[in-house]
Write a protein that binds this ligand. Structure first.
Ligand SMILES: Cc1cc2nc3c(=O)[nH]c(=O)nc-3n(C[C@H](O)[C@H](O)[C@H](O)COP(=O)(O)O)c2cc1C
Ligand SMILES: Nc1ncnc2c1ncn2[C@@H]1O[C@H](COP(=O)(O)OP(=O)(O)O)[C@@H](O)[C@H]1O
Length: 306
């Protein structure tokens, strides 16, 4: 997969293309439908595939006071696009220039002239360009140049799948539902950094993850998780929060890997979240904390055995 990171970098393509256009924050099951439809139709029509998306969230530029936390990292976005078999990933900064672009100019100069689009796949509510005036209706006016596939809203049970809903569920710790809406396990990744060095004294050393602070904050608490180190999967339990028993204030994500005793400082690891167990508790003694962690571990082992 070739990656293009600025509008200026886009040269005239040689071959005709099919393009999926959108913000795709989270690559949830609705986004996946937009992309899978593109992949299928593009294959039938022998078109090269392009995913046209943004590095940051457009709403942050439209409303400067808004911070839209990410569901997935930039690296994960690239990896998922590559795993889906996309030929070209155009991932640009959504800036003032793109926000104010005349939608017709975007369609004519970029999509038609440069990218040689013959097929476009978008979600039903995708809007682009100045005053969000570029929409599905406008795209349809260009049907003599390219076909537009518009994917209707995707529902999980009675819920309209959206990135906004997923962010809310992450904040509520409802990782099981998040996983259904993402169509894969929700993950956090980061480098293992040095913590208080107390974990090993409790009998539960924890790998503390340095998570990018642009990421959506997961509800504090204890979770059943899987931890991936160099693509090897381990069962784990993960504590998210501030360790109130130790009167700490730093928010951290720390994972105790079952049946494991290696030094992993400095490694880049991934933790995928399967189930929320309980909230973080401020214990009156360290022994009570240890007893509770033992129960969490037993509960996790039973979960994995099922
Ligand atoms: C499964 C699990 C559950 C935990 N639950 C709590 C908790 O309820 N309250 C709390 O203050 N700390 C909790 N902790 C965090 C410990 O306080 C923390 O791991 C310990 O202070 C070691 O931190 P360190 O890695 O910085 O040395 C939990 C840790 C694990 C692994
Ligand atoms: N089962 C395990 N789970 C997590 N980390 C482990 C485990 N066994 C050994 N380690 C190592 O121990 C470190 C954590 O020990 P800990 O005393 O909690 O120190 P810190 O406060 O620096 O995280 C991890 O970063 C890792 O290198």
């Amino acid at each position: 997969m070739k990656i293009i990171r600025t509008l200026e970098e886009i040269r005239e393509f040689k071959n005709n293309t099919g393009i999926a256009l959108g913000t795709f924050d989270g690559f949830h099951i609705g986004h996946q439908k937009v992309i899978l439809n593109l992949m299928k139709e593009a294959k039938d029509k022998s078109l090269e595939t392009v995913l046209f998306t943004f590095k940051n969230h457009p709403r942050e530029i439209i409303n400067r006071s808004l911070v839209v936390p990410n569901i997935i990292t930039f690296e994960e976005k690239i990896k998922i696009a590559s795993d889906m078999g996309i030929d070209y990933l155009i991932i640009i900064d959504f800036d003032n220039e793109f926000m104010n672009i005349d939608p017709r100019r975007f369609i004519e100069e970029i999509l038609i002239k440069k990218l040689k689009v013959k097929l476009l796949s978008v979600g039903y509510n995708y809007k682009f360009g100045k005053n969000a005036s570029g929409d599905v209706r406008l795209l349809k006016l260009y049907n003599s140049f390219f076909e537009s596939i518009v994917i209707e809203a995707v529902y999980y049970k009675e819920l309209n799948v959206s990135s906004t809903l997923i962010r809310k569920l992450i904040k509520e710790g409802n990782v099981e539902r998040v996983n259904h809406l993402l169509g894969r396990e929700y993950k956090l990744q980061g480098e293992v950094v040095v913590g208080k060095k107390v974990g090993r004294k409790l009998g539960f050393p924890t790998a503390n993850l340095e998570v990018d602070n642009s990421m959506c904050k997961l509800k504090a608490g204890v979770y059943i998780t899987k931890t991936f180190i160099n693509d090897v999967e381990y069962k784990s339990v993960t504590n998210v929060g501030v360790n109130p028993t130790f009167n700490q204030t730093n928010f951290n994500v720390e994972t105790y890997i079952l049946d494991f005793d290696k030094n992993v400082y400095g490694e880049n690891i991934e933790v995928s979240f399967l189930k929320y167990i309980r909230g973080e508790i401020k214990f009156s003694s360290i022994d009570l904390l240890i007893d509770e962690i033992k129960k969490d571990v037993i509960y996790a082992k039973e979960y994995f055995e099922k």
